[in-house]
Design a binder for this molecule. Structure first.
Ligand code: UDP
Ligand code: MG
Length: 318
């Protein structure tokens, strides 16, 4: 019996690498059809690209009806792209893959075998090295995984990529999580199911440049932390309690000193330092609370995760 594999590819300014991607993945899917009788559909999600990515997608769709595309009205981020792709996917197996060939398509047959045997609902990949990445970036990435795993019940695997193949059951579970602040690495782990991990060495982009600036990655990390652990809130409360205790001791010391020795006021500098320090801590804690409040605010507004500008059926009209 023939089965359908859906490959979801979020693309943001990927005109340089898209033709190469189609060629390489096409080779693998052709062999899947030949060896295992597995059909493939592609779902390209154009995340508001400013180059000719969308034109390419239109052309591909007109040439090959197995290739579908959705184009967003602006850049909504990779997470929104993944969600849109998952909603469109009709396959028995659903695979999520980057356009830049950093996710080796040659792993697909092994991933399908793993899920097909039935012991696992998901076959995911993780890179064991971080070659080609700056030291500072690796350091912050490691710090992020330590923090989020320390504070959360949901395990977020260090080095895990979004490249994974899921069964229909797991895909539906992921789709049932329709939150606005999406952090896929957390969502994939939160829904559970047995996952097999395949390790591989980091591969650099085939062409084009990464669209993740350090600032974007920091925002992504904060999304992950705020979305999967409330420990920072506890930390803020404990900090407050600690300084409350210290201030009580300080007040007692001052009163006793005054009564015993009638000490004149001294130490202006140290007073100012303490005031600055405490107000700094207060601002930090307010900031942490604000971060959670902002996320709640966005979630409560219930805005759509993405807005579609163009889809398959519009291709002929263009
Ligand atoms: N991407 C996207 N929207 C964005 C940023 C990235 O859809 O706002 C896509 C991008 O086209 C690529 C994938 O997400 O297919 C991973 O992005 P990239 O290779 O730039 O990230 P890195 O591999 O450096 O983490
Ligand atoms: Mg990449």
């Amino acid at each position: 019996m023939s089965r359908l594999l859906s490959i979801i590819v979020p693309c943001f300014n990927e005109e340089e690498v898209l033709p190469l991607f189609c060629e390489k993945v096409g080779e693998v899917t052709a062999s899947l059809k030949k060896d295992k009788d597995i059909e493939t559909e592609y779902i390209f999600v154009d995340d508001g690209s400013k180059d000719h990515t969308l034109d390419l997608m239109r052309q591909y769709h007109l040439k090959d009806p197995r290739i579908h595309y959705i184009s967003f009205s602006r850049n909504f981020g990779k997470e929104a792209g993944l969600y849109a792709g998952l909603q469109e996917a009709k396959g028995d197996y659903v695979c999520v893959m980057d356009a830049d060939l950093q996710d080796p398509p040659s792993l697909l047959p092994e991933m399908i075998d793993t899920v097909e045997k039935g012991d696992y609902d998901c076959c995911a990949t993780r890179r064991v090295t971080r070659t080609g990445e700056s030291k500072v970036r690796s350091f912050f990435a490691r710090l992020f995984y330590k923090l989020v795993n320390h504070g959360s019940d949901t395990e977020i695997v260090d080095g895990a990529r979004d490249f994974r193949l899921m069964s229909r059951k797991m895909t539906d579970a992921v789709l049932s999580m329709c939150e606005y602040n999406r952090f896929s690495k957390g969502i994939f782990s939160w829904v559970g199911f047995q996952t097999k991990w395949i390790d591989y060495e980091n591969i650099e982009r085939a062409a084009g440049t990464t669209s993740w600036s350090f600032r974007k990655l920091c925002h992504y990390a904060i999304d992950g932390l705020v979305g999967y652990t409330t420990k920072p809130l506890e930390f803020a409360a404990w900090f407050g309690f600690f300084f409350f205790c210290i201030s009580i001791i300080g007040i007692l010391v001052i009163i006793i000193k005054k009564l015993a020795f009638g000490d004149p006021v001294a130490g202006w500098a140290s007073t100012v330092v303490i005031i600055l320090f405490c107000s700094g801590i207060q601002l930090l804690c307010t900031g942490i609370i604000g971060e959670y409040l902002a996320k709640t605010y966005l979630e409560v507004k219930n805005r759509p995760i993405y807005i579609v500008k163009e889809k398959d059926e519009d291709a002929e009209k263009k």
